[in-house]
Design a protein around this ligand. Sequence first.
Ligand SMILES: [Zn+2]
Length: 169
Amino acid sequence: MKRDGDRLIVHRGADISSTCFCCGQPSVARITTHLRRRKSNVFGRGVHSTSSIMLILDLLQLVLFFLMVLADIPASRKRPLTYGLCARHLRKRRLMLIASPLSLVIGVALWVYEFRNLNAPVYIGLPAAIFGTAMLATSGFLYFWSPGPTLVAEDPDLLWIKGYYPAPQ
Ligand SMILES: [Zn+2]
């Protein structure tokens, strides 16, 4: 395990669980995960679609992103990593990982309601659509920003990881 700027280089299957991944305090929990490839720029940029063509391109990019996530699942089996979290960051991670699917379910339920009641009055339909969209966005946000390692690069032996606590000065 060694550092490369703000990245951490580890072997596949490494165990770096002695200290908290987020703050470097002694850890209370070991978490073994299979790292997924992430394309953060899909979610990272703001909405800037001004025409319907741009909107369609954005939607296509989102669909491609989800296909890529699905296609990456078999490869992620070859990227095991065991990391640790302190009590505070463990609590934060659990909270976010519970809240994320919850927001997703609420968001989807609101949109299902929306499509099944297309002639509902606008004072019900509009808030449902806005709140539903907000819950879907929240779900993605919580999932992608929950404490834990993020894969940035890989080669046959090594993994480059982001999100590790800052190096001591
Ligand atoms: Zn911590």
